[in-house]
Design a protein around this ligand. Structure first.
Ligand code: DP6
Length: 363
């Protein structure tokens, strides 16, 4: 597939009005996307667990506008209230996708969106939010192209999500999604996420992710700015080739269920991501003292308990604690006894690996 394959041929007839709705989850990267080229093309391939509990639900009401319009017309409601501060990001998204969804200017849209996770929890909502919106727009396009295959639907939903926010393209499906061209992963592409195509050991099937909310404040540096700082970064090239190698090594690990090796890659990826931030110009630190306290506690407990608990981080201070289903009782007890104290207001979210977005029925 190339970009051109996502430009639709002429629509038959546009519907007057209607409503569609989707719920789409967040995801947590094991090999991180950090650095991008023009048009949301990733500098290196990445892979993530799709999550289940952290999700955005979006409903889209559409009504045909009179005349021939070239601007966008939409209202945005977040958790039931108008949210003007989100509008520029949506407007930018519409501009990026208009050539792939030419019907957009012909409608007035009312976008109502809400998150399952607490507002300003420091959890990035761009992956779930952008993928939920992209799916609603695809559902609308499907109304005009009833012959669209489900394969094209899913690929284009991921393609559009990527143009909204890179990591969002990994939220359409589950449970392991790979994005970005890798020479030894068949079907991999920079344009959209694909379901990881090789054998995965059952130990990875019900993986848990308990998200410890260490700092719920607004980040000082956005991901978009962080990606940008990889241009001219002194370690960029080594980092991008390391991501390729880590993905290669994960193939055998996923197949054999080797958790010791899995942990080495996942934790190294998390720390490398933050090392890139600390060595960019300007440099910055998103971890907080409690992030490090938690990491050290996890290492101590793993040593003592001989369990396979490990951590990963996204672009913030929160810690994602990962562990397999068979170790749930022991690790969760540890989290409650020893880690929750380091969370802001003792807050955490119990999430687990999930299977992607779902269409919701509308009344
Ligand atoms: C650290 O997808 O939020 O979570 O494409 O600029 O919207 P934009 O960036 P975004 O970056 C996420 C980076 C990350 C790692 C990852 O999810 O792979």
């Amino acid at each position: 597939m190339t970009e051109k394959d996502f430009i639709p041929s002429k629509y038959q007839e546009l519907k007057e009005q209607g409503q569609v709705s989707y719920t789409s989850p967040s995801n947590i990267a094991l090999v991180k996307y950090w650095g991008k080229k023009e048009n949301q093309i990733p500098a290196n391939p990445s892979i993530s667990f799709t999550l289940e509990a952290c999700a955005t639900t979006t409903s889209l009401k559409y009504k045909k506008r009179a005349g021939d319009n070239s601007d966008f017309s939409f209202d945005l409601l977040f958790q039931g209230e108008p949210k003007p501060s989100f509008k520029p990001k949506i407007e930018q998204f519409f501009k990026r996708v208009i050539s792939y969804l030419p019907f957009l200017t012909q409608y007035h849209l009312i976008i109502e969106t809400s998150n399952s996770f607490p507002h300003s929890s420091g959890i990035a909502s761009s992956a779930s939010g952008m993928s939920a919106l992209a799916l609603c727009l695809m559902e609308l396009e499907k109304e005009f192209v009833p012959t669209m295959t489900s394969e094209l639907f899913v690929q284009k939903a991921s393609f559009l999500s990527r143009l909204g926010s890179g990591s969002a393209c990994r939220s359409i499906e589950g449970d392991l999604v790979q994005w970005g061209k890798h020479k030894n992963i068949e079907g991999s592409t920079d344009l959209y996420g694909i379901k990881y195509p090789y054998e995965v050991h059952p130990i990875f099937k019900n993986y848990h992710d308990t998200i410890l909310l260490v700092d719920k404040g607004e980040k000082q540096v956005s991901s978009t700015v962080g990606h940008d700082l990889m241009h001219g970064h002194p370690f960029a090239e080594q980092r991008f080739s390391q991501a390729h190698k880590n993905l290669e090594n994960l193939k055998v690990i996923f197949k054999e269920g080797n958790l010791k090796e899995f942990i080495k890659i996942v934790e190294s990826e998390a720390l490398t991501l933050h090392a890139m931030m600390m060595t960019s110009q300007p440099y910055f630190i998103l971890m907080k003292p409690n992030t490090l306290e938690i990491i050290n506690k996890i290492w101590d407990f793993r040593e003592k308990s001989k369990t396979n608990v490990c951590f990963t981080l996204d672009a913030g201070a929160n810690v994602h604690v990962l562990y397999p289903e068979v170790e749930k009782a022991e690790v969760f007890q540890f989290i409650q006894d020893e880690l929750v104290a380091y969370c802001q207001n003792q807050q955490y979210i119990c999430d687990r690996i999930g299977f992607g977005a779902k269409k919701l029925s509308v009344k």
